[in-house]
Design a protein around this ligand. Structure first.
Ligand code: ADP
Length: 488
């Protein structure tokens, strides 16, 4: 059932209930007060008759019922809607007011007659033909003896008429008001919910056309629906950015994968064309192919690491000898260096708990960057030292350096420096290195100076500390900045 219909039904139901409660209470109160008024009239009339009788008794103390009847005229006490009548103790009609004409007020049953004779006032509602009456019966006493029963009645026609009119007003006015309120409520609900219908329609169109550039129209008022539209538009902005980022990423990845493949194919063609017989050319081509294959493997490893990070996979945790790992990296790096000198400037022994393949990937990413951004003739230095409870791996180059305003972004995924946009690269290497370091309970720092070079330092908790670091934050991780720029 539509929200609009549900809202209207609830609204109508609650209003009907309230009207019913209000009408019922009003009717009850009015009926009670009218009846109390009638009872008061009965009591006052009866009292007038009784005091007349009492005056008579003062003259004739032993008054009997026949003498009560001689009271001048009951008509003195009667009024158009007030009737008076006297019965003898045997319940026979003695005298009545003239306005009763051919009728008489009904007697009481034997059961009720007794108590009235012994002093109880009887009040009840009776009917004569179509007329409802309120009837009061009470004894007339002389010297403590009941000598007659006085009956006074008031017609309830006026009260019934007033109550009927009120009921008609409540039912008619209430129903009319209810219909009006339900229609108004339905209209308001329709007005309030129509922007949602428009939002749904636009959202459907976006889904159908896959046009993430389209936005929902903001309603004039910033109410709940307006806020919903703003939030959805913000979500669409984000989705569009993510989607565009992903498209750019796919384009970059295919481009990056194609470049080494083209280089490999070129070198193979050179070999096919006869370079096999030229030892120098053969060595150079094989060297090129080897380098491109290493680059390809690194890219695939990066993509795999990215997929793992996205899937929230944890790394293996085994003891790893960092000095051996660094030596391996150093040997591989020498193959990759083209005109750049590679040196090992320090190598303490250090063991950490972690994943050897990922740690090597981290180092290779840093070394590969160092080569990429260091022109021929420069130097790349690798070092491992123990700094308290930490192992410090550093990769320093004498390359281009990183501008200060880019330092805050280089660890972001897909970020590539302004000057490197044409140089190639997927902007993944450092973000993956950062992820690997963090997964090992460590961190990466960078120091750079444009034109002089860059040093990346990886801090990893030593094996003895690894277990503790897994549970507690490292003291170094508490240091404020991971980026130290030495630009002067
Ligand atoms: P890419 O694959 O594009 O190199 P990275 O995540 O490895 O992506 O690096 C991000 C950016 O950081 C690079 O585009 C480059 O601008 C900068 N960068 C990384 N390492 C170095 C370095 N050794 N020297 C100078 N700039 C670097």
């Amino acid at each position: 059932m539509a929200i609009r219909v549900r809202l209207t039904l609830w609204y109508g139901g609650i209003l009907a209930l309230l009207l019913l409660l209000f009408g019922g209470t009003l009717y009850g109160i009015l009926q009670g007060s009218l009846q109390a008024g009638v009872d008061r009239t009965l009591e006052e009339t009866a009292e007038k008759v009784q005091s007349s009788v009492r005056r008579q008794i003062a003259v004739t103390p032993a008054l009997n019922w026949a003498e009560v009847v001689t009271i001048p005229s009951l008509d003195v006490f009667a009024a158009p809607d007030v009737f008076v009548q006297v019965r003898d103790p045997q319940a026979n009609l003695a005298v009545k007011s003239a306005n009763l004409a051919g009728q008489e007020l009904p007697g009481l049953s034997a059961v009720d007659w007794g108590p009235v004779l012994s002093g109880t006032v009887d009040l009840r509602t009776v009917e004569i033909g179509t007329v409802r009456l309120r009837l009061r019966s009470e004894p007339v006493l002389s010297q403590g003896r009941p000598v007659a029963v006085l009956q006074v009645a008031v017609s309830l026609r006026a009260m019934d008429d007033a109550l009927h009119r009120l009921l008609a007003l409540l039912l008619g006015g209430g129903s009319f008001g209810l219909v009006l309120a339900v229609l108004g409520g339905a209209f308001l609900a329709q007005q309030a919910l129509s922007p949602i219908a428009r939002v749904t329609e636009t959202a459907r169109r976006i889904a159908a056309t896959e046009d993430l550039g389209e936005r929902l129209t903001r309603p004039a008022v910033q109410d709940e629906v307006g806020q919903l539209v703003t939030t959805l538009n913000e979500m669409l902005d984000r989705l569009q950015r993510l989607f565009q980022g992903q498209q750019r990423f796919i384009a970059d990845v295919s481009h990056e994968l194609r470049t080494p493949l083209t280089a490999i194919r070129g070198n193979l063609e050179v070999l096919q064309r006869g370079a096999r017989t030229d030892p120098a050319l053969l060595a150079e081509s094989l060297d090129d192919i080897d380098r491109e294959v290493v680059r390809l493997s690194r890219m695939v490893a990066d993509l795999l690491a990215l997929a793992r990070a996205e899937a929230g996979m944890r790394l293996e945790r085994r003891p790893v000898e960092l000095d051996r790992l660094l030596l391996e990296t150093f040997r591989e790096a020498r193959h990759l260096a083209r005109g750049v000198a590679v040196q090992l400037t320090g190598e303490d022994q250090a063991q950490v708990l972690g994943d050897a393949d990922r740690l090597k990937q981290l180092l290779l990413n840093l070394v590969d960057n160092a080569f990429k951004y260091t022109p021929a003739g420069g130097t790349v230095s690798l070092a491992l030292s123990r700094c308290g409870d930490w192992a410090c791996l550093s990769v320093a180059d004498t390359g281009t350096g990183i501008p200060e305003d880019e330092l805050g972004y280089i660890f972001d995924r897909y970020y590539r420096g302004q000057s490197d946009r044409r140089r190639g690269g997927m902007g993944l290497g450092l973000s993956i290195a950062h992820w690997i370091a963090e997964e090992h309970g460590g961190r990466i720092e960078v120091e750079s100076k444009v034109g002089e070079g860059t040093t990346f330092t990886v801090w990893l908790p030593l094996l003895e500390e690894s277990a503790a670091v897994a549970n507690h934050q490292s003291p170094i991780a508490n240091h404020q900045s991971s980026i130290i720029n030495r630009q002067s």
